[in-house]
Ligand binder design. Sequence first.
Ligand code: AMP
Length: 368
Amino acid sequence: MTGTKRVKLKPGDTIGILGGGQLGRMLAMAAARLGLRCQVFSPDPDSPAFDVVLNATCAEYADVEALELFANDVDVITYEFENVPAAAALVLDARRPVLPNRKILETTQDRLAEKDFVTRLGIGTAAYADVTSVASLREAIVRIGLPAVLKTRRFGYDGKGQAIIREGDDIAKVWTSLETKAAILEAFVPFEREISVIAARSAEGQVECFDVTENEHRDHILKVSRAPAAIPDALAEEARNVAGKIADALDYVGVLAVEMFVLANGTGPKVLVNEIAPRVHNSGHWTLDGASVSQFEQHIRAIAGWPLGKPVRHGEVVTMTNLIGEEINRYQEWLTVPGATIHIYGKGTPRPGRKMGHITEVLPARDK
Ligand code: AMP
């Protein structure tokens, strides 16, 4: 892809983070441990990441002057969410290195571009089709079959902007409900399990993957991750290779997550890529307490131009459980659970579906 600017930070230098959620907060905490400072840019005055940095910019992403001042204050810029507006990334990129490269956002912000990119690499995905109208949706259904999943091309997350279509459904009604003219239809994958690979890549092309993680969703939101995934070694190797191939092809610098479906006894590819997240990812939170180097530290090292760590898992199995909505109110109970480590994001009101914190639990390795 485009040439990646070389960065070599030293302790005391400052990283600019776009986005002030829990991911930005945990990135800033990992940076602090390495003696690096962070400045967070977010339009939300209640951003949880603001609490852990000395300098914050509270402004809209369309505020060019604020972006320029922010860029002047930092040595390198990264982001904690994939929907960074292209115009903002362009303004920043003219002043400071933006890592991962902003061009990557064009691919990962659009489900169609992302699927085309993965397919070009010879990596399997669910069968998919571009859908722009109810007529093209009907054509796509003929080609792909039902059940199928209709998704908006942009701004979908945690199951938002998607609908499952089954035999007998009112196609026109489903199309209208999505309120978009840019969608893709995907074949419904009868997956055996969902996994993800968190991979880090340095500017020199070193790639380090964490153990493959197995993910369980509830109401379309990640509830529990387990590492390592209960899959054969060869499949885990295949999944890591897929992530590495994607990172190489994007000339990626930083941490990325590749979500995949594992097919049961299929004759085709054993893993299919569902989605690429060009950032640290919820399914990698177990690495905070369950590995020698966390995903957050790997990302900071990569964008700082430092060597990546060789992550070693601490226990036999590590689980991560999200505390969603009101579940956070029971934090006192978790404080005394043996082996449990609690992370509270410092968000205000616990709304349904809002990720408020998480728990990691490490099952120590058994003596051989
Ligand atoms: P996504 O927003 O694409 O990550 O999808 C959210 C969740 O919906 C996934 O983690 C799966 O559990 C489910 N899902 C998405 N796409 C498909 C598909 N093509 N077939 C089966 N399940 C899917």
